[in-house]
Structures are given as structure tokens and as C-alpha cells.
Ligand binder design. Structure first.
Ligand SMILES: [Zn+2]
Length: 391
């Protein structure tokens, strides 16, 4: 503790808050992103303190930022955080300007304060504090600030494609400083039913695609209730399936020959998009046998796998130890309720945990805010983790 304690004392609460406020003021709503605003600000701070920084251009005005402390090479540990934020939604629901980063009752308010600029600010402060304290890592420590997380994990996928490697990683998302070692995956599929048009006065002459689809929707709902709800993962709970979009019909007086739905399926560790899709195909096949006059197709629209790392991974042990060093108690492990960059990193063979300040239930909402006390604690947790890992 004493060797770590010296570095924890270097965390400057005022500087940490300033970094978060500046990041919130850098509007990086995605779309369009404009992450270069946040990246340039972070790069300026790090370069001024003598930490080398690289931009990887993913799209015009939308770079990833990579910084390394210690000698160049594959980092032992990477702090990964995203620079983009979701749109503000209805502005009248906000009690403050979403980009003025106001402080009210010890909390920083604004879009991205929780998701996930609080984590990112704490990560940047960690690098600055370690540099100030003369920390000389025996193995490199990196910061990877990515673009495009909120729209399909574009930034991290790009970095991995370009050869980014790390011994382990921490994804900065709001976990209330709990150590999250698993999250659900997503599969979205489109299902189209095709029938035959007829005059609405003679429905028996056609094949009504909406009526057919209505029956299929109920079968999917029944599958969710009776099969998926009873499947459970210790860390993330049950998988789910729900119909989110339906469209069909041509004219008020025509029997519709086409109806489409979109299905949102959440996967738990152990499930894959292939197995989930084939379960859906089985339901469709049974339905088609009962309704042979309809032609039904499934199309995969989007898939991102679930992920989980073992509790025995070094990164899990070290992250728990870092939280205990700062907060005085072992946080244990749990699962994360949302999707993030962890899946891409784990799939690339990089053991990863999700760990950051803030309450996930405030993310993507009006009046998103982060408690300053927890922000500063996060900077200390990251610092302890860096020292425990890279000394
Ligand atoms: Zn996020």
C-alpha cells in the first residue's frame, strides 16, 4: 500500500474535475462524432507533460488517440475509453445546458459526464499524476481513447484491425467502481412474411401477410417467455427476445402481401449469434409448416457477441485489489447491464474488465451527472491498478 500510496497522493482533484468539464464542453455527439475535439484536448495535456501521443485517423475529424507511458512496445495494461457521446434528446428535459458542464451539489452535469467521459478524465489524470510522480513502469502502460463506440464500436474495431495489442485492458464505463467481467451480446434480425394481395372485400382470395406475421410474433413472444427467461447466466441474468419494429400494408382496401418485423435478441455468455439465429429459424420453420401459403425469411442485421472473462484472470484480480486499496473493501465481480467495447477486446484475446465511475442508469438520459467524489476515487483506482500492474 505505501508504495502505491505515494502515487495516489499525486491525483489532483481540481485538475481531474477540470479535465472532465473540458471533455463535456467538447461536443462529441455521435452522429456525427467530431471526436477530434476531445482528442486534441487530451493530446495537448499529455504532450505538455511529456507523454507521447499518436492519432489514428479512422474517419475525417474522427481519430482514435493512443498514448504510452514507459518504453515503446506492447503495453502490459491499456486504459480504454470512448470519446463520443449519444445525442442530448429533448433539450427541455435538461435542467442545465448539456454542454456547459455545470457543477451542482458536488456533481458535474452534462452529456457524457457518466457515459463515459468521467472514466476517460480519470484515465487521463492517472497518466498525468504518474508522470508527475516520476513513475517508471517496467512494462508500458497505455491509454486508448476511441471514437465511435456508441454506433457499433467502430473505433476499437479499427484499432484492433490495425494491430493494437495489450496484455490486458480496462474499459472505462459507468460501473459505480464495481469490477464487471461479463456483458450481454446483441443480435438483430429482420423477418419478412410474403403473402398475396387481393381486394379487401374478398380477403379469402389473398394471403394476408400481416395476419400471418401477427401469429408468428406471438410464437416468438412465447419462446422468450418459456425458453429464454429460464436460461440464466450467474453474472448477467437471462437472455431475451423482443419484437421492436413492425411494418406492412399497402392500401386501406388491399389485402397486404408483405409484413416485416425487427427482432432484438440479447445473448448471454455461452450463446452465439449462430445458435440464436438457428433457434429463431426453427420457430419460423414450424410456423411455415402450419402456414404453407406464406413465405417467411430471416435476415441477420447486426450481431455483436456476449463476453465474459474468468475470475482467475490477472486483470480481474488486480482490478479488485486496486478498488480495495482505494475504497477499503473488495468489490467482488459482477456483470455489466449494457453493451460496450469489452466484447471486441476479449474476442481479440485481450483479457478485459469494465470499471469506471458513475451510475449506468443515468447514461443516455437528460441531466446525466457524475459525483465528483467518485470521479476522483476512479482516478485513484486506475492509478493503483497501473502501479500494481506495471511496476
Ligand atoms: Zn459508454
Amino acid at each position: 500500500m505505501s508504495s502505491v500510496g505515494r502515487f495516489l497522493d499525486e491525483i489532483d482533484p481540481d485538475e481531474t474535475v477540470d479535465i472532465l468539464r473540458s471533455l463535456v464542453k467538447s461536443n462529441t455527439v455521435n452522429p456525427p462524432g467530431n471526436e477530434v475535439r476531445a482528442a486534441s484536448y487530451i493530446a495537448g495535456l499529455l504532450k505538455k507533460s511529456g507523454i507521447p501521443v499518436e492519432f489514428m485517423d479512422v474517419k475525417p475529424g474522427r481519430p482514435n488517440l493512443y498514448a504510452i507511458l514507459g518504453k515503446p512496445g506492447t503495453p502490459k495494461l491499456t486504459f480504454e475509453g470512448h470519446m463520443d457521446v449519444v445525442p442530448v434528446g429533448a433539450e427541455e428535459r435538461w435542467s442545465v445546458d448539456p454542454f456547459s458542464a455545470e457543477i451542482v451539489d458536488g456533481c458535474v452535469y452534462g452529456r457524457g459526464s457518466v457515459d463515459a467521459k468521467g472514466s476517460l478524465a480519470a484515465m487521463v489524470e492517472t497518466l498525468l499524476a504518474l508522470k508527475r510522480a516520476g513513475f517508471n513502469p517496467s512494462e508500458p502502460l497505455a491509454l486508448l481513447a476511441v471514437m465511435g463506440e456508441e454506433t457499433g464500436n467502430v473505433g476499437i474495431r479499427h484499432a484492433l484491425k490495425k494491430g493494437f495489442k495489450s496484455g490486458m485492458a480496462v474499459v472505462g464505463e459507468p460501473t459505480g467502481l464495481e469490477v464487471k467481467i461479463a456483458h450481454k451480446g446483441i443480435l438483430r434480425a429482420g423477418i419478412t412474411a410474403r403473402g398475396r394481395t387481393a381486394h379487401a372485400a374478398m380477403p379469402w382470395a389473398g394471403v394476408n401477410a400481416i395476419v400471418g406475421m401477427a401469429k408468428l410474433v406471438l410464437k416468438l413472444e412465447e419462446f422468450d417467455r418459456s425458453v429464454l427467461r429460464v436460461r440464466r447466466s450467474r453474472l448477467v441474468g437471462s437472455p431475451s427476445l423482443t419484437v421492436t419494429i413492425i411494418s406492412g400494408g399497402i392500401k386501406r382496401n388491399m389485402v397486404p402481401d408483405r409484413c416485416c418485423i425487427t427482432v432484438d435478441r440479447r445473448l448471454i455468455p455461452g450463446e452465439t449469434s449462430q445458435t440464436a439465429l438457428s433457434e429463431m429459424q426453427d420457430i419460423v420453420n414450424r410456423f411455415s409448416a402450419e402456414e404453407p401459403r406464406l413465405k417467411v425469411d430471416i435476415e441477420l442485421l447486426y450481431a455483436d457477441p456476449p463476453s465474459e472473462v474468468s475470475e482467475n484472470e490477472e486483470v480481474v484480480q488486480l482490478a479488485r485489489k486496486a478498488v480495495k486499496t482505494v475504497r477499503g473493501r473488495d468489490p467482488g465481480v459482477s456483470g455489466f447491464g449494457a453493451h460496450c467495447d469489452m466484447g471486441a477486446l476479449v474476442n481479440a484475446g485481450i483479457p478485459t474488465v469494465i470499471l469506471g465511475p458513475g451510475d449506468l442508469s443515468l447514461a443516455h438520459k437528460a441531466d446525466e451527472n457524475l459525483r465528483i467524489e467518485e470521479l476522483v476515487e476512479a482516478a485513484k483506482v486506475y492509478t493503483a491498478l497501473a502501479v500494481l500492474t506495471c511496476s
